[in-house]
Design a protein around this ligand. Structure first.
Ligand code: ADP
Length: 370
């Protein structure tokens, strides 16, 4: 069993900097957990504390039932794959993978079996006698993974392992690592600043900012129900649009006013806004680009939509979809649409925002209302 528990973990660096604050996280056996957030948010520090490469200033780390705060990295039964894969240049692929086992005095036949098995899993069978400089970037990254696999660890830790690869290879390796997780059936903890990697690979995503965990959940939970504006804006591409909306009450019903444009909130959202004291206040409305449509493409009853005029500022045609950069009142928003009509900069269009998919956030705390 390789369940991990992080309880009230804090990290203060020697200069007093507080890099991780009161982190609580349960990682179940065989999960693929992705720590994601902007650069400097404390992801690597967290991973390095799990690996034992960094002291834990405060709090408790359990692997299985064992408190491991003071257990040496080599005794934690984990293996780490880094961004710069740090292969030994003078050793063959075989030797690179065998090396740590040799150091640990594993029997020769056992080493041979494990290296060949790992090479089979990673498609490296024909490259075992090559030196790292005779390999492509993707192949080197696979050797780095192989070095971790042969150790048969309970937990794999990966720190931005794909960031040195070109865009196309990154996409391929992303799938390979996800498949590898299924094959090995062990716990993976993966650090990235790239929300697409997090969304596509993780079974559980931990979004961090400023050393603080913002939200933990499945990719779908995080995408559909972000707990605050940071998570809402960080996960999803192009990012969620935010618009100021004044909440008003007219003949008992709750409306939103975007400048002089009024729309009625659904009954449950209106009720909630009233109950929580948002009437006559301004909230942030969050709308994902895919929920802004051109009015022509809206077939159902239009009362389900917030309809507004907008001006096209830029058209990004991407093939399967188009990003429309729009001026909507004083706001710059992006709509993601499947386009089958000619659109050009300067055109005035009517857009329809799907009322069922809007998010509301408190303007001050930035926490979700609905
Ligand atoms: P991430 O992996 O999310 O980019 P890190 O965990 O590497 O972030 O770093 C978190 C914060 O801690 C950053 O602000 C970084 O500058 C700081 N930091 C990292 N290592 C040290 C160190 N050895 N001493 C002081 N501050 C550090």
């Amino acid at each position: 069993m390789a369940k991990l528990s992080l309880k009230n973990i804090n990290k203060y660096y020697e200069n007093g900097y507080s890099a991780v604050k009161n982190l609580n996280l349960e990682i179940e056996d065989k999960e693929f957990v992705v720590l994601v957030g902007p650069s400097g948010c404390g992801k690597s520090t967290t991973l390095r504390m799990i690996a034992g490469l960094e002291d834990i200033s405060q709090g408790e780390l359990y692997i299985g039932d064992n408190l491991v705060n003071n257990v040496e990295p080599k005794d934690r039964d984990i293996a780490m794959v880094f961004q710069n894969y740090a292969l030994y240049p003078h050793m063959s692929v075989y030797k690179n993978m065998a090396f740590s086992l040799e150091l640990n005095k594993v029997r020769k036949e056992q080493i041979d079996k494990r290296v060949k098995e790992a090479a089979g899993i990673l498609g490296l069978d024909n490259l075992l006698s090559r030196k790292p400089k005779e390999l492509s970037g993707g192949q080197r990254q696979r050797v780095a993974l192989g070095r971790a696999i042969v150790r048969e660890p309970k937990v794999f830790l990966m720190d931005e392992p794909l960031s040195n690869l070109d865009a196309k290879l990154r996409v391929t390796m992303r799938t390979e690592i996800a498949k590898l997780h299924k094959k090995l059936n062990t716990t993976f903890i993966y650090v990235t600043h790239d929300q697409t990697e997090a969304m596509t690979m993780g079974t559980k995503i931990v979004v961090m900012n400023n050393g603080i965990v913002q939200q933990v959940g499945s990719p779908m939970e995080i995408y559909n129900n972000p707990t605050n504006m940071f998570v809402a804006g960080f996960i999803g591409s192009p990012q969620m649009n935010f618009i100021d909306v004044q909440v008003i009450k007219k003949s008992g019903k709750i409306f939103g006013r975007i400048q002089e444009n009024d729309f009625q909130f659904s009954e449950d959202k209106g009720e909630q806004l009233k109950k929580e004291g948002y009437v006559d206040k301004t909230i942030k409305l969050g709308v994902r680009p895919e929920h802004i449509h051109l009015i022509e493409s809206v077939k159902e009853k239009q009362e389900h939509y917030i309809v507004m005029e907008a001006e096209i500022m830029l058209v990004e045609f991407l093939g399967a979809e188009t990003y429309l950069h729009l001026k909507l009142k004083e706001y710059n928003v992006i709509a993601k649409i499947a386009v089958d009509i000619e659109l050009k900069v300067g055109d005035k269009v009517k857009v329809a925002v799907d009322n069922g998919y809007i998010h509301g956030f408190d303007s001050e705390t930035q926490n979700v209302i609905f």
